[in-house]
Design a protein around this ligand. Structure first.
Ligand SMILES: [Zn+2]
Length: 324
């Protein structure tokens, strides 16, 4: 576990036997305090810390979860596709649609991409899957956290990234991708999982997009009321460190990286192609991850505060990437 950097102590060197009268020392202290506070305020004004609307993000999570099971190929999945696109009216939206050939047959897969152009040359990509687990389709599994929270946080990111029509955001372009077919249809393996992102990474490799990506981050299972984001050892160290320093600036570092280990998720097809990538995921959902991929993955296990912690941290990471 990484520890917060020790704060540098500011020492004032006054002579042991003070030649300064006490009133002058007091005046100096007052002056230093006021100057310090003014400088801090000026810095904060220059770069206000991002703050997502967590109430709205959580409302999206509720609505998405209320569709019920949203596995590839079912009617709720189609309804959710429409719901996502309806929330992106006026945005630049693109589809990456294809047919996946799987051990359970052929499925229509659709990654939905919203592009928010920036003034800087380069792209930051944020991904989050919207499909729910297919093997659990007959047990009323609704994936509030696994599928629901990722869909919702990206919708809230879209609200935060949107600028006036015809204008560009001040920084890199940011592309949000609601990925499809993240889940396995039978049993997780290299060929049975990540259908959407394997397709997208290959496409972006061919058309040259991958070379423009400065950083790629996956949001997954970030709604757990007891939020502890794992440090994924498949991720790119400098990007993981940047996310941690964003969390530190917001005072959220205790929710990050107490545990670490390799995670297989939507970032993998990009990691394999050398794209700087990070998976922002809490894989400790309930004691011993007991709610993960069970009918217990319901909205009552989640909290708006967790979405705020993950959301603000990643919005600040985007801001810090913009400034690099
Ligand atoms: Zn899952």
């Amino acid at each position: 576990m990484k520890r917060p950097a020790a704060k540098t102590a500011i020492r004032k060197a006054f002579p042991r036997v003070s030649l300064c009268p006490p009133w002058l020392i007091l005046c100096l202290c007052f002056f230093i305090a006021v100057a310090g506070a003014t400088a801090t305020a000026a810095r904060a004004e220059n770069a206000p810390l991002p703050h997502i609307d967590a109430t709205r993000a959580f409302q999206y999570t509720r609505e998405v979860t209320a569709f019920g099971p949203r596995y590839m190929g079912n009617e709720n999945h189609k309804k959710l596709e429409r719901y996502i696109v309806d929330h992106l009216k006026g945005d630049q939206v693109e589809d990456d649609a294809f047919t996946a050939d799987t051990v359970e047959g052929k499925f229509a897969v659709r990654n939905i991409i919203a592009k928010f152009p920036g003034t800087k040359d380069g792209i930051i990509v944020i991904l989050g899957h919207y499909d729910t687990n297919y093997p659990l389709r007959n047990i009323g599994y609704v994936g509030a956290n696994d599928g629901g929270s990722s869909t919702a946080i990206l919708l809230e990111f879209a609200n935060q990234l949107r600028v006036a029509p015809g204008k560009k955001r001040d920084g890199y372009s940011v592309w949000l991708v609601w990925t499809d077919g993240e889940e396995a249809v039978r049993k997780w393996s290299d060929t049975d999982s990540l259908y959407g992102t394997r397709h997208l990474a290959e496409r972006w490799e061919k058309d040259g997009t991958l070379k423009k990506i400065k950083a790629l981050m996956v949001m997954d299972m970030i709604g757990d009321a007891d939020l502890d984001i794992l440090r994924d050892s498949n991720g790119t160290p400098w990007l993981l460190d940047l996310i941690y320093s964003a969390a530190e600036r917001l005072g959220y570092q205790s929710h990050f990286y107490a545990m670490q280990g390799p995670v297989e998720d939507d970032h993998l097809p990009f990691v394999k192609r050398g794209v700087p990538s990070a998976d922002v995921i809490d894989l400790d959902y309930g004691y011993n991850n007991v709610f993960h991929h069970t009918a217990q993955d319901t909205i009552d296990k989640l909290s708006p505060k967790s979405e705020e912690i993950a959301g603000d941290t990643i919005m600040l990471t985007i801001q810090m990437l913009d400034q690099r």
